[in-house]
Design a protein around this ligand. Structure first.
Ligand code: DAH
Length: 335
């Protein structure tokens, strides 16, 4: 066997090797069980003792040399960039793509439909003062209306709600139970005409069930101008609700009570033969205009507050509000 030629050929071949797969072919060709070298070792026993010794030794040296080259080359591949070890023939790995949460989808739909009607999106704080959350909205201490908002009070200086003495007592803090305080905050800073919605998270101290959670999203709405009427509100909210829930919906407006509006109303939608409450609303109480320092008898406005989960449940036919907060991917993957 011409060992010299074998080595030259092996070396030349190795120069052509450009990936791990090719190196493996090279190894099989020169060092594998069916290689020339391996066959040579098998014929060794037929040779005379002297030849056996000489050629056997040579063959061993050749094998060592080949193994050395192989090791070096394979080391090079494992150190070098991934490009050279990419196997383009392997089937691709499926990439799972993220998506928006159903509540985000519903919230965006609601916001968009009001933006189309010229409403500006503004935000208020999740931690509120007793003043903005209650008093400025005519929900006075010790008045039963406060029971409508089961409130998480924060551990601040004055512990009992009714112990508050000064008007804008910044010390009494709470987790907001509705987004209505944004009305006051915004009007304090802006002169009408104004048209805003304010989406945000609210918290209530209550037991959870299929339709109640201790946290939820609301979208507050407020429009103030001269000559604003309840009829105007009716037509505007009908337009908005149709663009959110579909053109064929049936709405019902019925009287209700909220301290910060007069008159107060609630809007229901008829779904599968049942009336479902969608939002509270009304004409802004004149006291609120007084509280923010507006000129007397100049402005009228309407306000409304809707629960985002209610819309998401209707839109996606979900029957338990808690699912939105469960982080269960089997649920979330459906949207
Ligand atoms: N803030 C009320 C609630 O959480 C909802 C509401 C009712 C908002 C009437 C309004 C309104 O702006 O006019 O129950």
């Amino acid at each position: 066997m011409d060992f010299k030629q074998l080595l030259t050929q092996a070396q030349n071949d190795l120069k052509q090797v450009s990936c791990e797969a090719e190196l493996e072919s090279w190894r099989i060709k020169y060092l594998g069980r069916k290689s020339g070298l391996a066959s040579f070792f098998k014929t060794l026993k037929d040779l005379s003792d002297e030849l056996k010794k000489r050629q056997g030794q040579q063959a061993n040296e050749v094998r060592q040399q080949l193994q050395e080259w192989y090791q070096k080359a394979s080391q090079q591949f494992s150190n070098s960039s991934t490009v050279s070890i990419l196997d383009y023939t392997r089937p691709g790995k499926k990439i799972t793509q993220g998506h928006l949460h159903p509540l985000t989808l519903s919230l965006r739909k609601i916001i968009k439909s009001f933006e189309k009607l010229g409403f500006l999106v503004v935000e208020g704080p999740e931690i509120e003062t007793e003043y903005y959350h209650f008093d400025a909205l005519r929900i006075f201490p010790d008045h039963p209306a406060r029971d409508m908002w089961n409130t998480f009070w924060l551990d601040s200086k004055n512990k009992t709600p009714s112990a508050r003495k000064t008007k804008k007592d910044e010390e009494k803090l709470l987790l907001r139970a509705h987004t209505s305080p944004v009305q006051i905050r915004y009007m304090e800073q802006h002169i009408p005409p104004l048209r805003i919605i304010s989406p945000g998270r609210c918290f209530r101290y209550e037991a959870t069930d299929a339709t109640h959670n201790f946290q939820f999203y609301q979208v507050e709405g407020l429009m103030v101008d001269e000559h604003i009427t309840l009829a105007g509100f009716k037509s505007l909210i009908t337009m908005a609700l149709k663009s959110i829930l579909g053109d064929n919906i049936l709405l019902r407006f019925r009287p209700s009570y909220f301290p910060f509006v007069t008159p107060g109303i609630e809007v229901d939608v008829k779904i599968a033969g049942k009336w479902i409450e969608l939002l509270g609303a009304g004409m802004v109480h004149p006291d609120l205009f007084k509280v923010v320092g507006y000129e007397n008898n100049k402005w009228q406005g309407f306000a409304f507050g809707l629960g985002v989960e209610r819309f998401a449940m209707l839109n996606f036919k979900v029957d338990d509000i808690r699912l939105f907060y469960s982080s269960d991917v089997r649920f979330l993957e459906q949207f």
